[in-house]
Design a protein around this ligand. Sequence first.
Ligand code: TMP
Length: 205
Amino acid sequence: MSGKFLVFEGVEGCGKTSQIQRTQEWLESLNISAIVTREPGGTELGLHLRQLLLEAESTSITNKTELLLYAADRSQHVDQIIKPALAEGKVVLCDRYTDSTIAYQGWGRGISLEMIEQLNLLATGGLQSNLTILLDIDPEISFNRIVAKRQLDRMEQADLAFHHRVRQGFLSLAEKFPERIVAIDANQNIDKVTADIQQLLISRR
Ligand code: TMP
């Protein structure tokens, strides 16, 4: 499985971070070297953008500016991290990518999906994931997980209706692109989710 681009998506608290880590460990145990990266924040510039985008105090960012900042983060990330790693034959495990922009800025904020697709194309040069794993969970359930643990960031502070629209956005993308995006029930226990991901990766090798 060399030079593969695998993306993990889902609403807040869906368990992406743990599952990406478990996937990396599993791949390493099979002698497959994989790098883990994320959006926003996969580059040095991206870390600044991530802070601007997510700190709870940045409430005056307009929807259009938010869209452009995510696109800027992605453009830098694709050129500086993702493309070079794929060129070296590595597996790239990426926490969020283009579908997050469609789900959050498109379905969540209501920005034109065509415009977002054009911007995604500009930022990525057309680079798509080989496989996107959508960890699907009801935001009401996943938010209970986060709220118990820490303060909500700026995006998480949007109301629940926003996060329901985001989930619908992801599910509609999975329906539209079944070859590229596969939904996994993230409401199951963590080990079962890991097993489902591994089974999926074996079947898509
Ligand atoms: P996370 O890395 O903890 O998942 O947080 C990233 C946040 O940024 C999350 O609320 C989703 C949001 N986001 C967008 O709104 N649009 C995007 O294009 C990306 C990559 C993330």
